[in-house]
Design a protein around this ligand. Structure first.
Ligand code: PLP
Length: 491
């Protein structure tokens, strides 16, 4: 990516002698470094650090942060990611000193509060999902999937059916599903979805055999539809001797309405950073708990927090466990945030969250369906897919990418594009429940204005974005040849 034209780098702002802090003179005798550090470890040149005053540093990074998009700045309809607003109360409790400063090796007796938080969230998530046991260890949804697959594998080893080495995944699945199964050594069997975006029962039946270990499903699916045949599907898979994995990334659409455990699933992951408030950008940190029924409970990772009626304790004595998947308690601050969120909303509030998320998505879909082609017609859950079919008739270059780049000029983060793969030129829009009607109406106005531009001045759309600090970027080039070193860049 080219350097922003608006903001010099911090190295260019550097002025010899400028300093960001002033410290009192050292009160002890200074020793030369080479008497303390073996000479081979001493650097030969002084580090090339920028010299800059504190105020200029703060302003520099604040300006940089404003060049980025974030949910606190504007609407962020990134489908599948549930970019909802995170109430600040969750940050407040997640960052309490008593929680963040606890040493992870503190004995159970001295960390009862922390253990109670973990135990309580385990219980709440089990209740919300309809499962019997939960581990909060995995650091993200993808790691939850991997742990889920490890448990499935351990189970079939344990019951003497190691020949079950296939995992069936629909072609609409998030890429992490087949990746997690493959990383666990399973062979991935992909099945094609129906033209309506649903699981094809005939193809599913044909894919099941004595080799089937599990079927991984997302519900509502990645096209934003509830799998109407879900009970039939879980029954078929169980009859074939396989287990059912539920990708819970879309829990925001169903919590308080339906429980995956009661749909016949055996294991699921939850993305607390999608459903239960944690800022999730820049790659983390996340929290991807796994929930299981009685069949898989013995395999949950260690440690699990238990309660003996008097005190909370870390239960590491679980011989069939798949083992440890993350250090200490997992990403504990995310656990504290998720618990805060659940307690703040209460059960009626969580059910309302899902209803509002679905209502907002259907409202947007209804407002936009005259201007953009809707990929799947029925009432959607929390997200829906549009395509560029109505735009490309005006100019064949008017791709989904061009349309969403233009959206950036209107101040919005683009929706998820080109996913799921089963819809050509997909734009996947998820408004979430935290947006009010005014915001949705403004977004609709922008989308309609772009549809009009596609008709009357396609060049304007094709050359977008026009107002961002950096215009079109070479995404492939940036990924293949990342330029991460300022001095190297300078030559
Ligand atoms: C986000 C997502 C995942 C992966 O979760 P991470 O927490 O990002 O690792 C898996 N499946 C679906 C459908 C998702 O949207």
């Amino acid at each position: 990516m080219t350097q922003s034209v608006l903001e010099p780098s911090i190295f260019e702002m550097s002025r010899p002698g400028a300093s960001g802090l002033s410290l009192p003179p050292v009160g002890v005798e200074e020793k030369p470094f080479d008497s303390l550090i073996p000479p081979e470890f001493l650097r030969e040149d002084a580090p090339r650090l920028p010299e800059i005053a504190q105020l200029d540093t703060v302003r520099h990074f604040l300006r940089l942060s404003q060049l980025n998009h974030c949910i606190d700045k504007e609407f962020y309809p990134l489908g599948s990611c549930t970019m909802k607003y995170n109430p600040k109360v969750c940050d407040y409790y997640g960052m309490l000193d008593g929680l963040t400063r606890l040493h992870p090796m503190t004995p159970d007796a001295l960390s009862q509060g922390t253990l109670k938080i973990i135990y309580t969230l385990q219980q709440y998530l089990a209740d919300i999902t309809g499962f019997s046991a939960v581990s909060l260890q995995p650091a993200a949804g993808a790691q939850g999937e991997l742990v889920g697959m490890m448990m499935v594998k351990a189970h079939f080893q344990q019951i003497g059916q190691p020949q079950r080495n296939e995992v069936v995944v629909p072609d609409s699945a998030h890429g992490t599903n087949p990746a997690s199964a493959a990383m666990c050594g399973f062979k991935v069997v992909e099945i094609k979805s129906t033209s309506g975006g649903h699981i094809d029962l005939a193809r599913l039946k044909a894919a099941l055999s004595e080799k089937t270990a599990a079927v991984m499903l997302t519900n509502p699916s990645t096209v934003g539809l509830f799998e109407k045949d879900i009970l039939e599907i879980t029954k078929l898979v169980h009859q074939a001797g396989g287990l059912m994995y539920y990708d819970g990334a879309n829990l925001n659409a169903v919590m308080g309405q339906a429980k995956p455990g009661e749909m016949g699933f055996d294991v699921m992951h939850i993305n607390t950073h999608k459903t239960f408030a944690t800022p999730h950008g820049g790659g983390g940190p996340g929290c991807g708990p796994v929930a299981v029924n009685q069949t898989l409970a013995p395999y949950l990772p260690v440690p699990l927090v238990d309660f003996d009626g008097k005190s909370y304790f870390i239960n590491a004595d679980r011989p069939l466990s798949v083992g440890k998947v993350k250090a200490f308690y997992g990403n504990f601050e995310m656990i504290a945030r998720a618990l805060t969120y659940i307690l703040a909303y209460g059960s009626a509030g969580l059910a309302q969250v899902s209803q509002d998320a679905v209502l907002n998505a259907n409202y947007l879909k209804a407002c936009l369906q005259d201007d953009y082609q809707v990929a799947f017609d029925p009432v959607c859950k929390h997200e829906f897919i549009l395509t560029n079919a109505k735009q490309k008739v005006h100019d064949s270059h008017l791709s989904t990418m061009a349309i969403v780049k233009r959206l950036m000029d209107y101040g919005y983060h683009p929706p998820t594009v080109y996913f799921p793969l089963i819809v050509a030129e997909a734009m996947m829009i998820e408004p979430t429940e935290t947006e009010c009607k005014d915001t949705l109406d403004q977004f609709v106005a922008a989308m309609k204005a772009i549809a009009e531009e596609c008709r009357t001045q396609p060049e304007l759309v094709l050359n977008a974005p026009h107002t961002t600090p950096v215009s079109k970027v070479d995404e492939v080039g940036a990924a293949r040849n990342p330029n991460l070193n300022y001095f190297k860049h300078q030559g």
